[in-house]
Every structure is written in structure tokens, then in C-alpha cells.
Ligand binder design. Structure first.
Ligand code: PEP
Ligand code: MN
Length: 361
């Protein structure tokens, strides 16, 4: 679907866009104190976040204070001048958030995953002019993420951005939600005008990794970060392990190296141009080599068919992968990359040979 997407903030936009505030609004004191500390730290923020309705995995966890908390966001705006944002997951949430003049709404990961919920929210937002951010679905499904963007867009909203908060997985992992950067990068490639925010808090799940992930996002040219900040993080009613104080957050932001997407420097551009030309030539060579390899696969296929031998010999493929992993390691190529590459090549060879086997003569 063709979409004309606008930024979530008026231009010119200073990178990184900053969204900070507690995971959940717990009490009026906690919300106001967190905002006050952000202000005092001198941290410029574009939106103050706070969850009012919390999608918790298990019942009996703190599920948010509900619409009462919207009054506290109003107070934050009035006292500190911060624009505010919160998560909406159904029609009632949208109704109350709009009534309380929340400046930006976001769809949580558990909402994006469900087209019924997304459509319900899109219907509730029909004709409303608000910026909206759409988190990735909990499962690594780019189609579902795009589908949610399209549903919101079809309701007439154009100021749409996305939040990359990582993907669920089973078992022990370094991250609470594995980033799988390539999914977000592919989304940005297809829709370059979508502003991309990194929710380092929900990717990391723990404080010590937050700065590293925020920097990675900046290196990948993300537009901003959403980071959970709390006046007393250890006492937070939700997501305590990943929240940081406004002072720590300020240091994190100050430590970020912000890189430009393009340079105006002629010498730099010429040098990069030369290197890219070499890359293009190598890519061309790789594709030619792959073409040659498939021609050989066709010839082998024809020969095996004449001798009534099956297409697949697993032991032969395992040997190829083992050899290539060793060779790749000598050239600084990871085992994962070599294995994925060879599986793709092998699959293509099999497809070619299948065609040979299906030919009647
Ligand atoms: C949140 O931002 O507090 C939240 C619930 O996030 P997610 O939807 O990414 O789990
Ligand atoms: Mn949270």
C-alpha cells in the first residue's frame, strides 16, 4: 500500500528524539517527581511517557492506575511543559486519552500482534489528527507490523512512526526481547519516511545494556529512543530492573555519538564513492560466480538423474558447510553467516536440480 507518512514532530527535528518517563504511572507523586528530576537534570525531552493501562503477562501484577493517571500527565504538561504520550489498547483507552489531551499515542507490542485490536483502535481514531507510534509485534513478523501501520493510516492518520522494542523468544537470552535489527531495517528500507524509535528498555530488560543498545540504534540512523526512567527505579511497580533515574538517563543521552546519514564533505563523499564502486564490482562478481555454480548444479543434476541417483546427499552438504565454516573463520566471517549463506545456495541448487529432474526427457 502506498502511504505518505509525515514525521511525528514538526520539522526541523533534532536527533535523537527523546521519549522518557516511567514504565507505569503509579502515584501522582512518582509521576511528578520523575518529571521534575528530568527537568532538573536539564534533559530535553520530546515526549514524557507513562503507561496508564499496563498489558501484564500474568494477572495479579500491577495493571496500571487507569484513567485517573491521565490527570497526572496533564499536570506534567502544565508544570514542566513536556508533551505526553501513553499506550492505548482499546476504544475506551483512546477515548480517555484524547479527552485528557495526551499528545501522542502508542500501540503496544501485544496490540500490534492482533489485527482485531489494531482495527478497533484505528476505528476509534478515525478523523483524529494525532501522532501515533506503533511498536513491533512481539513475534518477528514484519507483515503484521506493516499491517498495523496500514490500518492506522487508512483511518486517516498520517503522523505515524514506529518503535522497535525487540521480539520475544524462548529460553535464556542476553536480551529480554531480541532486537533482530534486520526486521526494523527492512521496514525502514520499505518506508523511509517512518520515524524509527528504539525502545532500549524493553529490548534490554536490564540497566547495564541500555547505553550500548541506544548507541547501536544511533549508528543505524534511528530517529530517537524511548527509555523508561523512574525517580526510584528499584521501587518501580513494573519493569524495575530496566528503569533508570533521570540523572543516569541524562548521562546516557550525553554519551551518545550521533552520526549523520549523509555528509556534505566532498573528499569524504569521493572516498566513499570509490569504496562503494569496489563493493558493487565484488557483488557483481559474486552473482556471476553463483550463476556459474548453478550451471554446474544443473549439469550434476542431469548426470545424477541419468544414473538414477537422488538429488539430496546430506553428507556431501554437511562436508561443504564444515569446510566453508573453517575457511570463513580465516576471513573473519561468522559461522552463522556462512551457514545461512550456504543453506541459501544449497536450496537454490536443489531447486535447479528439481527442475532438471522434472524435465521429461
Ligand atoms: C511499555 O512500553 O511499557 C510496554 C508495555 O511495552 P511493550 O508493548 O513493548 O511490551
Ligand atoms: Mn515497561
Amino acid at each position: 500500500m502506498e502511504m505518505t507518512i509525515q514525521p511525528i514532530l514538526p520539522r526541523p527535528i533534532k536527533r535523537p528524539v527523546i521519549i522518557a518517563g516511567p514504565c507505569s504511572a503509579e502515584t501522582e507523586v512518582q509521576v511528578m517527581e520523575t518529571a521534575r528530576q528530568l527537568k532538573k537534570a536539564g534533559q530535553e525531552i520530546d515526549f514524557f511517557r507513562s503507561g496508564i493501562w499496563k498489558p501484564r503477562t500474568r494477572p495479579n501484577s500491577f495493571e496500571g492506575v487507569g484513567k485517573e493517571g491521565l490527570q497526572w500527565l496533564k499536570k506534567v504538561k502544565a508544570e514542566f511543559g513536556f508533551k505526553t504520550c501513553t499506550e492505548v489498547a482499546n476504544t475506551a483507552h483512546v477515548f480517555h486519552a484524547l479527552k485528557s489531551d495526551v499528545d501522542l499515542l502508542w500501540l503496544g507490542a501485544r496490540t500490534t500482534v492482533n489485527p482485531f485490536s489494531v482495527q478497533e483502535i484505528a476505528d476509534a481514531l478515525e478523523g483524529v489528527d494525532k501522532p501515533i507510534l506503533i511498536k513491533n509485534p512481539i513475534n518477528p513478523d514484519l507483515g503484521l507490523w506493516i499491517g498495523a501501520i496500514e490500518r492506522i493510516y487508512k483511518a486517516g492518520l498520517t503522523r505515524i512512526g514506529v518503535i522497535h522494542r525487540g521480539f520475544s523468544s524462548h529460553g535464556e537470552t542476553k536480551f529480554r526481547n531480541i532486537p533482530r535489527w534486520q526486521i526494523a531495517i527492512e521496514l525502514k528500507r520499505r518506508f523511509p519516511d517512518l520515524m524509527m524509535i528504539c525502545d532500549n528498555s524493553h529490548i534490554c530488560g536490564r540497566r547495564d545494556l541500555l547505553a550500548e543498545i541506544a548507541q547501536q540504534a544511533m549508528d543505524l540512523n534511528y530517529d530517537g529512543i524511548m527509555t523508561e526512567t523512574h525517580c526510584t527505579p528499584d521501587e518501580a511497580w513494573s519493569d524495575a530492573a530496566q528503569q533508570i533515574t533521570p540523572d543516569v538517563f541524562k548521562k546516557l543521552v550525553d554519551g551518545l555519538v550521533i552520526r549523520e546519514e549523509q555528509s556534505q564533505d566532498q573528499v569524504f563523499n569521493e572516498n566513499i564513492g570509490g569504496l562503494r564502486k569496489q563493493i558493487d564490482e565484488l557483488d557483481e562478481e559474486i552473482i556471476n560466480l553463483l550463476g556459474n555454480r548453478m550451471e554446474l548444479a544443473d549439469a550434476i543434476g542431469a548426470y545424477k538423474k541419468r544414473n538414477n541417483i537422488s538429488i539430496l546427499q546430506s553428507s556431501r552438504f554437511n562436508e561443504i558447510v564444515e569446510q566453508a565454516v573453517v575457511q570463513g573463520a580465516n576471513r573473519g566471517l561468522s559461522q552463522g553467516f556462512i551457514t545461512t549463506l550456504l543453506h541459501a545456495i544449497h536450496q537454490e541448487s536443489i531447486n535447479h536440480q528439481k527442475e532438471v529432474y522434472q524435465q521429461t526427457k
